[in-house]
Write a protein that binds this ligand. Structure first.
Ligand code: UDP
Length: 241
């Protein structure tokens, strides 16, 4: 399968790290450049790339609301702002890796990014530019997983790739269980029925309805993104049974 256009979903936590002194960092230069290099490898293979970035390394609406006692809607807007911070950091790293990159925000923020306009986003990608979609869907009570499914459909992508900490979907947590079994292929219904926690249910339901395949792979593997596009390496493909 050769892919023309794909969407990469990166969780905010993928941008976090531990520094040399053992302190947690919300944003890591090392991870930003690692991800940018992976994106470069994919674009060099001729694939058009757009990205939805999460914000969980900085702020999540549900947890923030519980801890701070601020209403959920406001907290979700705060979470969407967190994704914009990540988008700007990633844009910088992508550009430092010799690519042209545009940030488009679902909530207008003209001073720092373009308003999200579907046709303009497609036009950027056709010119070889990387597009980062920030501020999720622009609506509270959604996640960036759902925003990723939505944008991938709007952009007419051939594949949605979700970068996680492990190289695919397992029957149990492979970090805690040595005998965890890796799945090479699953159906959307498997994911929903077994509550495998790969992606939120709204996103998976959207992908199932429109038959858009999803690949789950590890953000830590070198060229993991390009490898999935080439059908190489270890990952899980989720599509129709
Ligand atoms: N968010 C939202 N609407 C969206 C996308 C995100 O309200 O369409 C908010 C929500 O509060 C969420 C936060 O932004 O907790 C950060 O996104 P997410 O938790 O999906 O980030 P990730 O887990 O991928 O880092």
């Amino acid at each position: 399968m050769t892919y023309k256009r794909v969407l990469l979903k990166i969780s905010g936590e993928a941008l976090a790290d531990i520094d040399e002194a053992g302190h947690p960092q919300n944003l890591s230069n090392r991870m930003l450049h690692k991800i940018a290099a992976d994106i470069q490898a994919a674009t060099q293979a001729g694939v058009q790339v757009c990205i939805v970035i999460g914000g969980g390394n900085i702020f999540r609406g549900d947890k923030g609301s519980q801890v701070l006692g601020i209403d959920r809607t406001t907290c979700d807007y705060m979470g969407m702002m967190a994704t914009v911070i990540n988008a700007l950091a990633l844009q910088n790293a992508v550009e430092q890796n010799s690519m042209v990159c545009r940030v488009m925000t679902a909530i207008p923020m003209k001073a720092i990014g373009e308003d999200y306009v579907r046709r303009r986003a497609i036009s950027h990608m056709e010119k070889g530019r990387v597009v980062i979609f920030a501020a999720g869907s622009g609506n509270p009570f959604f996640t960036t997983d759902t925003a990723a499914a939505l944008r991938a459909l709007e952009m007419d992508c051939d594949l949605l790739l979700k970068a996680t900490k492990v190289n695919g979907v397992y029957d149990k947590d492979p970090v805690k269980h040595q005998d965890a079994q890796h799945y090479t292929h699953l159906s959307y219904s498997d994911i929903l029925a077994d509550r495998l926690g790969v992606m939120d249910a709204t996103a998976v339901a959207l992908l199932r309805e429109h038959k858009l395949p999803l690949a789950v792979f590890s953000i830590f593997e070198q060229n993991g993104f390009a490898n999935v596009l080439a059908g190489k390496g270890k990952y899980t493909l989720i599509s129709e049974a």
